[in-house]
Design a protein around this ligand. Structure first.
Ligand code: TRP
Length: 460
């Protein structure tokens, strides 16, 4: 092979990797989950904690997964098995389980997005509400977010995911991501500019961007696990997705630079989403705290109803979100599919169809009531992902530190000292913060079970 070809091959792998990882990271976590977490946790106080988490915990934790992936060159379950023996092989099983749970409700929300593409065409969410009634967009969200139709759209989303993964056309998705990232930035920037012109913008910016440290100190027990859950969810960490993606990387690749690129894009898109959502909510007089899982759907729908060419922008907006959601969903199901193919020797098509069906069934109860979204979501993000992250940190940074650090130092040139800094960051501060987050996350989950969820059960 000539040098020229060698260079080109590495380069195209790198771009493919970054695209796939950005495609996995950027999704409903940025566009749907992020604004409603900010709303529930008091605005800018959450932002401070969230940004600190992404940079100081999420980024090093991403390196943990990259190291395992590149070192072993295997899919998640195989990588764990090769990296560590004994009982650690069950960690792969935990990751598969987490993938199941997350995709099952992710797909329900993905179904809402598909529904909104239709709603944009028919004008379902625009119009003027009767005196005293909630905004039309809020009513629309109320009707589409649960019920039999919701189940059908959840099924439709899963069928699309299954079709893409079964046909093995991930390359097509790579192409989609190439279009999607610029499209998201362009459409979202335009909507953020529109939002800036609204009457509620000033109030919204101060809510979103100017932190009240007193609030943070008073509420850290709920803000910390929320920031940890969101940090892991949005970066696709805690269940080994990034292990698989890094397995395609070559040794002269600087893992730190790639990780920083992915984290940077992902965080930028979340921040931009907030610049759209909050001005619109404040202008409409909708409280971000109570709008919950509907925040993005209600606010954007409302905005689209009042701008020129709103229907077209709406179709573009929700179609872009759907692509973002699909590229993330693929990364989730791929962990499970590759495990079943390896372990049970199934072919790709039946494996994908079977798993997709099981995930659909697991998600079906979520379409009954939006409180079920919270049930799955809090459990997955604040408990399971953080637990997965903790176990990986122990495995990599404590039990296999030498291999990990050698791997990380490859391709970083004379910045290799950063590897030692990383190791000690991960070993102590990152691990301690994650343990505290898990403790608080479990506590928050129990509180949810005894509060909102118990109330829902007793109303049945
Ligand atoms: N990060 C994606 C999003 O923000 C969701 C996602 C994909 C994910 N793969 C994951 C979350 C793995 C946790 C773990 O939409």
């Amino acid at each position: 092979m000539s040098t020229g070809e060698g260079v080109r091959e590495t380069w195209s792998t790198r771009i493919g990797f970054i695209l796939a990882a950005v495609g996995s990271a950027v999704g409903l976590g940025n566009i749907w989950r992020f604004p409603f977490q900010v709303g529930q946790e008091g605005g800018a106080a959450f932002m401070v904690m969230y940004l600190a988490f992404v940079v100081l915990i999420g980024f090093p934790a991403m390196m943990v997964e990259f190291v395992v992936g590149r070192k072993t060159g295997l899919n998640t379950v195989g990588a764990i098995r090769e990296f560590a023996g004994g009982a650690w092989k069950y960690l792969g099983g935990l990751f598969v389980f987490i993938g199941f749970v997350i995709l099952s409700y992710y797909s329900v929300v993905g179904g809402w997005v598909l529904r909104y593409i239709g709603g944009s065409v028919t004008g379902g969410y625009t119009g003027t509400a009767a005196e005293g009634a909630p905004p039309v967009a809020a009513q629309y969200f109320g009707t589409i977010s649960s019920g039999l139709d919701t189940l059908l759209f959840h099924g439709l989303f899963m069928v699309i995911v299954i079709a893409i993964v079964a046909m093995g056309v991930q390359r097509g998705i790579e192409l989609g991501v190439k279009v999607m990232v610029p499209a998201i930035i362009a459409i979202f920037a335009a909507l953020a500019v529109y939002a800036f012109t609204l009457g509620g913008a000033t109030e919204a910016y101060s809510y979103y961007l100017s932190p009240d440290l007193g609030y943070l100190l008073d509420n850290w027990q709920s803000i910390v696990p929320a920031a940890a859950g969101q940090g892991f969810f949005t970066l696709s960490l805690g269940m080994g997705v990034m292990i698989t993606y890094a397995s395609y990387l070559s040794e002269d690749e600087n893992l730190g630079v790639d990780g920083a690129t992915i984290v940077g894009f992902n965080t930028g898109i979340s921040i931009l989403t907030g610049l759209i959502v909050f001005p619109i909510l404040f202008t409409a007089g909708v409280d971000p705290e109570t709008s919950g899982a509907g925040a993005i759907f209600i606010s954007v729908a409302q905005a689209l109803g009042s701008i020129p060419f709103g229907e077209i922008v709406g179709v573009l907006f929700f179609a872009t979100v759907a692509i973002a959601a699909l590229s993330s969903a693929i990364s989730l199901i791929e962990v499970v599919v590759s495990y079943v193919i390896d372990e049970f020797g199934l072919d790709r098509v039946p494996a994908t169809a079977g798993i997709g069906t099981l995930i659909f069934l697991l998600g079906a109860p979520v379409t009954y009531d939006t409180v079920m979204v919270d049930l799955y979501d809090i459990f997955a993000a604040q408990v399971l992902l953080v637990l997965g992250g903790i176990l990986l940190v122990i495995l990599v940074a404590w039990l296999h530190a030498d291999e990990a650090i050698d791997e990380l130092k490859k391709g970083v040139g004379n910045l290799a000292w950063i590897g030692d800094l990383w190791l000690w960051m991960v070993r102590v501060p990152v691990l301690v913060v994650l343990l505290v987050s898990l403790y608080l996350g479990v506590d928050g989950f129990v509180e949810f079970l005894q509060g909102d969820f118990a109330e829902f059960l007793s109303s049945l």
